[in-house]
Design a protein around this ligand. Structure first.
Ligand SMILES: [Zn+2]
Length: 116
C-alpha cells in the first residue's frame, strides 16, 4: 500500500481530494487502511506528511510515496486539477454568483448572532 505497511486495505482514498476537484477514477483512488484514510482527511499527501496528525507517514517515507504517486498517476494518465480549473466560463460565473450569495448569507447570520 502507498501510505503504510498495513495489510488488507479497507478503503479507497482520493489522492487529490474530492473537495479540491479530485476525481473518483483509477489514477486518483488508492487503497488505504482506515487509519490512514481518517488521518489524511481532505489533504494532499504532502500536506498530510507535514501536518501534526499522529498517524501521518514519517517524513523519510515521502520520497517513496512521491515516486509511487507519480508512477501511479502516469499509469492511469491522471493529472489532478483544481476544482475551479474544470469549470467553463459560464459555470465559473454561476459558481462565483453562488459564492457571493453564500457570503451575503454568512454575513447576515453573523449579524444576527447565528454564526461566528
Ligand atoms: Zn495505513
Amino acid at each position: 500500500m502507498l501510505y503504510c505497511r498495513a495489510t488488507g486495505p479497507t478503503r479507497w482514498d482520493h489522492l487529490h481530494p474530492v473537495s479540491r476537484g479530485g476525481d473518483t477514477v483509477p489514477g486518483n483512488l488508492v487503497p488505504a487502511c482506515g487509519r490512514c484514510d481518517d488521518s489524511k482527511q481532505d489533504r494532499e499527501v504532502e500536506e498530510w506528511v507535514r501536518s501534526t496528525s499522529p498517524l501521518r507517514p514519517q517524513k523519510n517515507e515521502l520520497p517513496r510515496i512521491r515516486r509511487e504517486v507519480k508512477e501511479y498517476r502516469k499509469k492511469f494518465n491522471y493529472i489532478p486539477r483544481e476544482f475551479k480549473s474544470k469549470l467553463s466560463k459560464e459555470q465559473m460565473n454561476i459558481y462565483q454568483g453562488f459564492q457571493r450569495e453564500l457570503q451575503k448569507l454568512r454575513t447576515h447570520l453573523q449579524l444576527v448572532g447565528l454564526l461566528k
